[in-house]
Design a protein around this ligand. Structure first.
Ligand code: FE2
Ligand code: FE2
Length: 212
């Protein structure tokens, strides 16, 4: 069964009795989860992954940044121009926090694992465990690429989203972070006509949040 990022994230917050989450952060997280999961699904289908793996990656993508909500208020200043070094360090805790939250809500281990490692880089420069290459779970390597693209084309409180071409060239520059085989598949998808629906979806979300 495929998750609905809205329902799932609200369910986790309710289960953990997590209060004080800024409404905009909650909406951001729900939309971002939905966007990443939609990209993930399109790529999984193009690559003809089996149903079980597709579901795991999709579901993990829906909730991959839920740990950020624990850091809500202390990090996501809506009036900020950029994040301070300390905040970036603090923000890096979200992968581990998210996995802990999912574990506490009894989510399947494959989902917890995928979320825990979603910021590992293929060259070993990521976090939380500096895993490298195929030591990183496949699910996390998969989400990493789709997440990076979704983040680049989305408006943030401190910057506008980049256009598709700029986002792609930024990712090519950082290609050492990605599983090259998955990355090539991703690049093929981004240049296909069906990908327009993803761009439209991101534009709608940017309009909805419209950071000033
Ligand atoms: Fe993340
Ligand atoms: Fe993310």
């Amino acid at each position: 069964m495929l998750f609905d990022s809205d329902k799932e994230i609200r369910h986790i917050l309710y289960k953990l009795d997590l209060k004080g989450v800024v409404t905009e952060d909650l909406e951001d997280s729900i939309d971002h989860g939905h966007l990443v999961a939609t990209i993930v699904k399109m790529l999984a289908e193009r690559m003809e992954l089996d149903k079980e793996t597709t579901e795991t990656i999709y579901n993990a993508a829906c909730v991959h940044d839920v740990g950020k909500l624990k850091l809500s208020q202390s990090i996501y200043g809506r009036d900020k121009k950029s994040l301070h070094v300390e905040e970036v360090r603090h923000m890096r805790m979200h992968a581990k926090l998210g996995a802990e939250m999912l574990g506490a809500c009894n989510y399947p281990l494959e989902i917890v694992d995928a979320v825990y490692h979603h910021h590992e880089c293929y060259d070993g420069s990521g976090y939380p465990d500096n895993l490298r290459g195929d030591d990183i779970p496949f699910t996390s390597r998969f989400i990493k690429i789709c997440d990076a693209f979704a983040a680049l084309i989305s408006d943030r409180p401190y910057r506008k989203g980049f256009d598709k071409e700029t986002a792609i060239s930024m990712m090519i520059e950082d290609n050492k972070e990605y599983d090259i085989k998955l990355f090539l598949n991703f690049m093929e998808m981004v240049n296909s006509p069906e990908f327009d629906e993803i761009i439209k979806m991101a534009e709608k979300m940017n309009e909805k949040h419209s950071y000033k």
